[in-house]
Design a binder for this molecule. Structure first.
Ligand code: ZN
Length: 436
């Protein structure tokens, strides 16, 4: 039963039922620091008060240190035995793709589905609208697909869930509303169409794949828009500080240039000495190039518009795009207009994101999300600091017959001018001790 029902019926229960054990599932919901916090769960301490002799077991697949301590406290457990299994799920491959357009995402998702023809897969989206749009596109491509989100009736949800569990549909496109209590062993891929709000959510969601221990693909798409949307959700949430911190950790995971599994395990308090060999960073370590000049161009564009522009306008100014907004605001006469036209638009978005990560710019959420140059950014702009940027690799975006582009991609280079940039290959480094 749900905690809500338990709370209303507990007095009756204690008089009429002989209970031998209480099991609290999804126990991370008890903690304010747990990612699915539900206030009713916090009142489950009543179990111990009403049934002091009855054993209680609390179970969760995703709890960090504070959450574990909270579960013990809220349930009034005294000196409990705690069993922690390994968080490691080596059969799940980990892959993050950054800055992809909807069209590119669809193409890559279709590739994943092709690799797993007639096998089961889950695709998580941030909002309901996206689940429906994406399912429509997949259906148009001949895929057997269902949709699941909280806007549907209980009957509709149960029906689609049952069809998926019994292999009558292959792919299910869902929001986070999906999955609690679902145990299906043969899910062969889990895709995150958008960035999840926390590492716990992410880990729990990918954990719905490969429960039979067989190789399973997980793929996370991440772009600036996700971050902006999630940040605005956080701003409106009741626990702004905690949620902001969680989002930051999720973002760091997506941005990481070290073995992703080590980051996940480290997050849940489990350390490992070895890189996993089954994540995109291990398979293809990132390359860096001297990016000072690029960063200076972007910072200069922001400064010359008196810090009144966001990501899109900055990229448009750099690219020299005569968009309606640019012309209306007269930004075509800014000195840096077109100064970065050799770099594709979405690469500029990626570099701007890297600049945000490195702290050269920040987003003024209270000012229409305009970009502001930080003190550190000014050091770069005025030549006091040099910067290395990560080379953007989009291995799946090869265009047939475009040999020049392929050649550039094979060497990890993308924009035409990259040839001139000095490339440095970094090996993966341990997140904890900074040794190899
Ligand atoms: Zn790895």
């Amino acid at each position: 039963m749900s905690p809500e029902r338990l709370l209303t019926e507990i007095s009756w229960m204690s008089q009429c039922l002989k209970v031998s054990l209480f099991a609290v599932d999804e126990a991370h919901c008890i903690s304010q620091c747990g990612h699915d916090f539900r206030p009713e769960y916090t009142q489950l301490g009543i179990l111990h008060d009403e049934f002091p002799e009855i054993p209680i077991i609390a179970l969760t697949a995703t709890a960090d240190k504070i959450t574990k301590a909270d579960i013990v406290e809220r349930l009034n457990l005294h000196d409990p035995q705690i069993f922690v299994g390994s968080f490691d799920r080596p059969n799940l491959s980990l892959d993050v793709r950054r800055g992809y357009s909807a069209k590119d995402k669809l193409r890559i998702i279709m590739n994943v589905i092709e690799r797993h023809r007639h096998e089961s897969g889950v695709i998580y989206c941030l909002v309901r609208k996206t689940t429906e749009k994406l399912a429509q596109k997949l259906r148009a491509n001949g895929i057997s697909v269902g949709v699941y989100h909280a806007g549907m009736s209980m009957d509709e949800r149960n029906k689609v869930q049952e069809e998926f569990v019994n292999d009558r549909i292959d792919v299910i496109v869902v929001t986070i509303a999906f999955g609690m209590g679902i145990d299906k062993s043969n899910v062969r891929f889990v895709i995150h169409y958008n960035l999840p709000k926390s590492i716990e959510s992410f880990y729990q969601e990918i954990g719905r794949g490969g429960r039979d221990g067989l190789p399973t693909e997980t793929l996370l798409f991440y772009n600036i828009q996700d971050l902006i949307t999630l940040r605005s959700f956080v701003e409106e949430s009741g626990q702004k500080e905690i949620n902001l911190e969680k989002l930051k950790r999720m973002q760091e995971y997506a941005e990481a240039q070290v073995c992703r599994r080590r980051i996940l395990l480290n997050y849940f308090g489990e350390t490992t000495e070895h890189n996993c060999g089954n994540c995109d960073v291990c398979i293809s370590p990132p390359m860096l190039f001297e990016g000072t000049e690029l960063v200076q161009k972007a910072l200069s564009a922001i400064m010359r518009t008196k810090e009144q522009i966001g990501f899109t306008l900055t990229a448009e100014i750099l690219r020299g795009t005569y968009s309606n907004e640019i012309v209306a605001k007269g930004y075509q006469s800014v000195k840096t207009f077109g100064a970065g036209r050799d770099v594709p638009f979405r690469d500029w978005q990626d570099y701007l994101l890297q600049m945000l990560q490195m702290g050269f710019i920040e987003i003024a959420y209270g000012e229409d999300r305009h970009l502001k140059v930080t003190e550190l950014g000014k050091d770069v702009l005025y030549g006091r600091k040099r910067v290395e940027l990560a080379v953007i690799e989009r291995k799946d975006l090869r265009v047939k017959g475009d040999k020049k582009r392929q050649k550039n991609e094979n060497t990890g280079l993308f924009a035409a001018n990259d040839k001139k940039r000095k490339i440095k290959r970094y090996s993966s480094v341990c997140v904890n001790c900074a040794s190899k």
